[in-house]
Design a binder for this molecule. Sequence first.
Ligand SMILES: NC(=O)c1ccc[n+]([C@@H]2O[C@H](COP(=O)([O-])OP(=O)(O)OC[C@H]3O[C@@H](n4cnc5c(N)ncnc54)[C@H](O)[C@@H]3O)[C@@H](O)[C@H]2O)c1
Length: 363
Amino acid sequence: MQTLSVNLDDRSYPIHIGSQILCDSDRLSGLLSLAIKGKQVALFTNSLVNNLYGSAVYQALSGYSVDVFEMGDGEAHKSLDTYNQAINFLMEKRHNRTTCLIALGGGVVGDLTGFVAATYQRGVDFIQIPTTLLAQVDSSVGGKTAVNHSRGKNMIGAFHQPKKVVIDIDCLSSLPTRQYAAGLAEVVKYGIIADAKFFAFLEEHRQGLMDKDEQILAQIIMRSCEIKSEVVAADEKESGVRAVLNYGHTFAHAIENLTGYGEWLHGEAVSIGMVMATDFSERSYLLPQGARLRVERLLEDLGLPIALREPLSAEKMLQAMGMDKKTTDGQLRLVVADAIGEARITGDFDADLLKAVLSEYCE
Ligand SMILES: NC(=O)c1ccc[n+]([C@@H]2O[C@H](COP(=O)([O-])OP(=O)(O)OC[C@H]3O[C@@H](n4cnc5c(N)ncnc54)[C@H](O)[C@@H]3O)[C@@H](O)[C@H]2O)c1
């Protein structure tokens, strides 16, 4: 098992990454107990993940009073309704401020649990045990928590860092291929925004990635969490550099919004969005010719989509992109790449070129 630290002064926390963690009750118990201050624990999960891994976590918590909150599965349940049910549940079970919530599941469970932890009795501790690749490399690290509003995704949320993140790579063995590939999109993103060598490593090991080779998985999860931790440590509340983590996401959020959050998984929309962002960067900035092709090939080889299935209105795409949280004073800002391994956010770009790129990809 490897451990790295997210360095945020008194909010710093460790990320443990390894295999056979959940099946080793003593080891898991040791890891969790270091981060739990009281005797009460609420385990947040959904029935699918609970059936797979719930009893292992429950067993490791034998010294605690544990209540299990099972929420519905899927993005629709990352809602104020579920939030209300969770708060009622904690009050009914008389959880006090020393309670610790444990999120066992993908990003939906993690985001909801984190937001409940951020707000219950003005904030309680929580631990992340992410079970999807996307949650392991992205959503469990960095302290962004949220629920959705009917008018927009992640519109109600808070920054609240977990006390610890425990990543067991073995959880990925039960993950459906499509969900696994969606997580790989975020891994590719880290290569594009921060580490050219890592991008080349992914290109070199595409087959191992498709085979879920344990050693390669350990390396890519570790490097992804390292990059995310460094960016978060530099800009916890996204006043600047943290925005680079959103490479391709402005396009992706617009695609998700216009296609109704059902057609594409988030990582799939990010994959298409990264192709658009890379093409836009290549045509307008210093990104060398050929970068888009490399990005496209890698994503495609990892089982990810690189184009829309049905046409969309470029005009509507542009409007939807304007709803992005990075938009300031009505000015759309985009994350662009200057090289593979280097990205930055800018409001200074050629709007006509953006429209041309959108028309090409969408219509
Ligand atoms: N907080 C952040 O910084 C951040 C970053 C990126 C994404 N997100 C959020 O994350 C969410 C998406 O997360 P996700 O992709 O993990 O989706 P998800 O949580 O919906 O999980 C995907 C599916 O896989 C199932 N599942 C989970 N673990 C499994 C396992 N080990 N084996 C088999 N099935 C398993 C889930 O029950 C679900 O059906 C979105 O709501 C997104 O907004 C948050």
